[in-house]
Design a protein around this ligand. Structure first.
Ligand code: 3SL
Length: 241
């Protein structure tokens, strides 16, 4: 198995597909997807484009859908939700499809949607993602970080490192054998340095700071937890997890 890490959708080579693609937006889109599914959402359908989301979700009965829209960290006017995992309660989500568009995270999922196997990963479901990869043993795995508007993000990179760190143990192989590119090796080193203080790393991260300015302290704490939900968001049709 070889794992390649691409820090942003823009850096992901779209002319190829990997056997398995893992999209990460720890702050906060993939954390929110995992949380929504854990409390009974029927599915999460992702869109980079808000107009397309509105068109497709209009075909669903209002009591069977929720619309989540985030731009710049805030809720888009007219949507039911923004992008906080803490808003995903079972009362709201149960048996409803979550139609979701965020600034970067849903773009990361879209860029890899042609892969035969597409997963959404965050720290909270790291173990479930690792167990799936270990059970399937794909030859090539791409991890795609959402980043922020084309730039590197610490929180997505450390999550990629957490996944690779756990796969190294599960496969009993060396980093040299597993790493497909330098980015993956650097992500493992980042995780090893910060694994006991992930919240501290989020406070250092530019997107963490952006969310703190928006008073999202509890979101940061929630997103910094590791292996707390046994949920595997996996694409079952294009754009639907
Ligand atoms: O960029 C995104 O997709 C979002 O996750 C950003 S935010 O955490 O909602 O600000």
């Amino acid at each position: 198995m070889k794992i390649f890490l691409y820090h942003t959708p823009e850096l992901t080579p779209v002319q190829n597909v990997a056997d398995c693609a893992i999209a990460i937006d720890v702050l906060r889109a993939t954390t929110t997807i995992v949380k929504a599914l854990s409390v009974g959402a029927e599915a999460v359908q992702v869109f980079s484009d808000l107009d397309k989301l509105m068109q497709e979700s209009a075909a669903w009965a209002p009591e069977k859908r929720l619309r989540a829209g985030e731009r710049g960290g805030g809720k888009v006017a007219g949507y039911d939700l923004g992008n906080s995992p803490l808003d995903c309660t079972s009362e709201r989500m149960h048996d409803r499809r979550l139609f979701m568009s965020t600034t970067n995270g849903t773009r990361a999922l879209e860029i890899v949607q042609a892969s035969p196997s597409v997963l959404a990963a965050a720290l909270i479901n790291r173990r479930a993602v690792v167990d799936y990869v270990l059970s399937q043993r794909p030859e090539t795995v791409w991890i795609v970080g959402a980043g922020w508007e084309g730039s590197f993000a610490l929180e997505d990179t450390v999550c990629a490192g957490a996944i690779a760190h756990s796969l190294l143990a599960g496969l009993n192989c060396t980093l040299e054998e597993l790493a497909g590119n330098d980015e993956l090796a650097a992500a493992v080193a980042l995780y090893e340095q910060w694994k006991d203080n992930l919240l501290g790393l989020f406070h250092l991260a530019s997107h963490g700071k952006r969310l703190l300015r928006l008073d999202c302290h509890d979101d940061l704490k929630y997103c910094a937890q590791t292996d707390v939900l046994d949920v595997l968001p996996i694409q079952r049709e294009i754009g639907v997890l």
